[in-house]
Design a protein around this ligand. Sequence first.
Ligand code: GAP
Length: 467
Amino acid sequence: MKKEKKQDDNKMEKIVSFCKRRGFVYPSSEIYGGFAAIYDFGPYGVELENNIKKFWWRYMVQLRDDIVGLDSSIFMHPKIWEASGHVSGFADPLVECKKCNARLRVDHLLEDVGVAADEKMSEKEINEIFLANKEKIKCTNCGKKDFTEVKKFNLLVKANLGNFTEDWTKDPAYLRGETCQGIYVNYKNVVDTTRVKIPFGIAQIGKAFRNEITARQFIFRTREFEQMEMQYFTEPENEMLEYEKLRAYRWQYYLDLGIKQENLKWLKHANLVFYAKEAYDIEYNFPFGYKELEGVHARGDYDLTQHSKFSGKDLSYNDPVSGKKYLPHIIESSVGVGRTLLAVLCDAYTEETVNGEERVVLKFAKNLAPVKIAVFPLLKNKPNLVAKAKEIFDSLKLDYMCEFDDNGNIGKRYRRQDEIGTPYCVTVDFETLEKDDSVTVRDRDSMKQERVKITELESFFAEKFKK
Ligand code: GAP
């Protein structure tokens, strides 16, 4: 058991250092010593992020004639966050270690000793549970057992946008804590200005911000992150039927994204917030254990009820089919881009021994690869080879993210591309020029090489990258 844990710790360390070394993820503000729980995505990281977002958008909008997109702003009327319950209730319980001053999440400390804490618990209730388990709980930073009282800490990030007074903190604006509120407050606009009819969904990708207490686990939990959320509006009596359909669709999404099924599982929420009908998470088997990747929740009419109440606007829907008037119920799918990227990397990261040599290879789905095709001249100092390779590169880059590389021996170039998950490498050699105008195409996973005529490369890759 211990050995297995150690291996997994190693895997996480490897992934973190790999992400830095190969330009996927950098700690934010690194030359200033970093900025806790914020990360930047490097040249390959941003390509992977974009490919994940493209995949999600295609799956959730393009392929669905009942879902439309939206891009609402990060700042919204502060009352929205009162209506949603975030101002009063979006809080995590926190303690500080009296020895090392580490700030820790109490629900996580309790979870580590096998006690489940309910997010609805009051400060008093959670203090009582914490005290009852005090002897078992150690600081995860220094190992000591001396803590302050539990305090609930609100996660919304405040801002002085449009407030020019000295004491703006009394009347702040908020950076959005989740993107879906922008969907709820635009639902009426979408109904009034497009041809959607219930049941229909609104999808959005965008940044969200939370004052997360713990800054561990790399990009799993960050203070600035991007969410991909889809809110589906249903007739009240069809909510659970649509919910089951959405659950099945979201599960299939991960299989199509190329995640191994054995690393995924459903977790049903035991403690539901009062308005929820049912809530499931899709969990991924990260190196630090199974953790939430995405939430698929049936939210009833809570969101539109709250926004009706706080805005004073009637948000009910006049159903043109049944003639009924009702407040739609909402089911949602919500997942982070960074968390998906971490799951995709963990799933794809492979170490193999090939002919006695170690190779690291990212075996993710071809369409997720940051670079699709690498083009090499066999030798750097042969102008004819370089010119031909450049010509091929210039033609392929019109359709694919490509990389030209003439540095080092060919074996090293293959290894570099394997490490970033490039599915195909094209090499221009002497045969290309002297014989038959063909190149070698080498496959990342099988490492097999085949000769393909330059004139046939376009159709060859069109077939390989067919969605
Ligand atoms: N609208 C529902 C909602 O926001 P959530 O469970 O708080 O629900 C949904 O978040 C998803 O957003 C999570 O499953 C996770 O993928 C991502 N997420 C949430 N907080 C995050 C954080 N601090 N860092 C990275 N991703 C986060």
